[in-house]
Write a protein that binds this ligand. Structure first.
Ligand SMILES: Nc1ncnc2c1ncn2[C@@H]1O[C@H](COP(=O)(O)OP(=O)(O)OP(=O)(O)O)[C@@H](O)[C@H]1O
Ligand SMILES: [Mg+2]
Length: 164
């Protein structure tokens, strides 16, 4: 496993980190996101969407488990915050999304971790005490595809990252 921490000091910087990830993504990639409410998971996914060339990212307020966006590749944006039982995710036909032709970005992934692949890129976002606009984004890559992706991301974003 490879891991590192990026430090973002604004919403725009988190978006930009996401955009770099989106540009590097390929079909079948799985990105898991965790962290407290308001930590910036959706902000990172919006960046991923723009990096994938999604021209219109509309966030409907209605509760749905999966939103689909068309870009260079399909983006399947999932949010498991409100699930009450893991069966809801199984019923979604999650396997088809995970092994399909697009990229899956999954918020609150820890709520259905048993159904998700071991090999993935995981981002955990954390508030930085006393610095309102600051977030620590800890990235861990499991599996050679994701280790490669994270190395590439680090090369591009090295000013915002530290190894740990
Ligand atoms: N450095 C930063 N990166 C990302 N968002 C930031 C940052 N600083 C402040 N913010 C603010 O934090 C909020 C992040 O909201 P966002 O919806 O992305 O969080 P979330 O982790 O998806 O929450 P939820 O668990 O409710 O889905 C936004 O209001 C954004 O403006
Ligand atoms: Mg969110």
């Amino acid at each position: 496993m490879t891991s590192c921490t990026f430090v973002s000091t604004s919403e725009q910087q988190t978006d930009s980190l996401g955009r770099h990830i989106g540009v590097l993504c390929q079909a079948g990639d799985v990105i898991l996101l965790s962290g407290e409410l308001g930590a910036g998971k959706t902000c990172l996914v919006q960046g991923i969407a723009s990096g994938l060339g999604v021209s219109e990212y509309t966030f409907s307020p209605s509760f749905v488990l999966v939103r689909e966006y068309r870009g260079r590749l399909m983006l399947y944006h999932m949010d498991f915050y409100r699930i009450e039982a893991i069966e809801e995710v199984a019923d979604l036909g999650i396997e088809e999304y995970l092994h399909g032709d697009g990229v899956c970005a999954i918020e609150w992934a820890d709520r259905a971790i048993a159904l998700l692949p071991d090999q993935c890129l995981h981002f955990e976002l954390r508030y930085v005490p006393d610095i309102e606009q600051s977030r620590e984004v800890r990235a861990s890559a499991r599996g050679s595809r994701y280790e490669y992706l994270l190395q590439r991301l680090l090369t591009e974003m090295k000013d915002f990252a530290r190894w740990n």
